[in-house]
Design a protein around this ligand. Sequence first.
Ligand code: ASP
Ligand code: MG
Length: 422
Amino acid sequence: MGKVIVQKYGGTSVGSIDKIKRVAERIAEIRKSGNDVVVVVSAMAGQTDQLLQLAWQISDHPKQREVDLLLSSGERISCALLTIALNAVGCEAVSMTGRQIGLQTDNTHTRARIKQIDGGLCKRYLEEQKVVVVAGFQGINEHGDVTTLGRGGSDTSAVALAVALNAEQCEICTDVDGVFTADPRIVPDARKLSTISYDEMLEMSGLGAKVLQLRCVEFAKKFNMPLIVRSSYNNKPGTLISREDPKMEQPVVSGIMYDKNQAKITVKGVPDQPGIAAKLFNALASASVSVDMIIQNISEEGHTDISFTVTTEHLKDAMAEVNKVNEEIKAEKITQDAGISKISIVGAGMRSHSGIAARMFETLSRENINILMISTSEIKVSCIIDEKYTEQATRTLHEAFDMKTAPVANAEGNPQDSKIKV
Ligand code: ASP
Ligand code: MG
């Protein structure tokens, strides 16, 4: 077998028959240059949501096993159509489902984890010089039932397959040119990053950057599989996501992310005694509400306030749980606020630079933007602010950290990205 290239095309890239034909021509070109090509596809844009709607028209609580079978059909359609399109342009291709590539998962329907892929049949077709087109997002569990890998899961199928086939890299082809320093719709001079580390991308995906599924990046990091995010429509080099390397761009802050999908709950005047937080957060956990930031105020006269954030989708369930627990903990007041957003800066350079958080706070204060909550990790600082300031905060932070220009030579004098390249 020659060099194997795994490419994944997202829903927008196969969103219509015209687009499928365009993608087929592009793949045929790559095949002509002598590489073994495996293509993983998402469902046509909007299809997964439409299928879910159909199920919900029948029942509020459809069985997840059946939902998985339903949703997996979206990827089968785009997979078959793309294969037909490839054959039509004279490029020999064969379609395969998750079951056929031997993608085994655990038993968790609608968000299954991959256990293994054998890839045997896939290799056989590659040896026959065929392009292999794979339906992403799906596998089978130990009972032989169809499972799906969670929303955006085709990214993870692609990386797992790249690992199984010992591919040189996994290309995620999408409708943007790569990973940007900030959302270009908000920051017109946002810059495409040429390289970024797995850790930075993990933070960004966790913070709601839609470009890659979080699990895909975890998987790539675990197996050290280089990931490239690039456009489905042009040959620009895209963004390489790989291990941290001194030759990489080394800005202090690589990206700014925002997430408007956040809500805050405050439980005021709870008794300041052991077990209160445990009761509250245990209840939320058992209702599968994931809590992001938490702050507890210094207590006054034996009482304290606890605030925490959840995603807006979880707000209703979270409030119901808090109200239930409150029969026991007897808080003075419970308030909710869905009008907040989370602004975060991410950069591996923070490990070796001090004062980054301070610069972020100062920048926001200069704009008169009040910070409601703060959380940090080794390579990230997040602030909760009033949602109406989201765009303003993103733009001024991009400016304050001078992100529109690529950094120049680092201390070791390693070659750096120049402005010409981006
Ligand atoms: N079609 C699935 C979704 O919409 C999986 C994917 O696109 O990766 O989430
Ligand atoms: Mg996606």
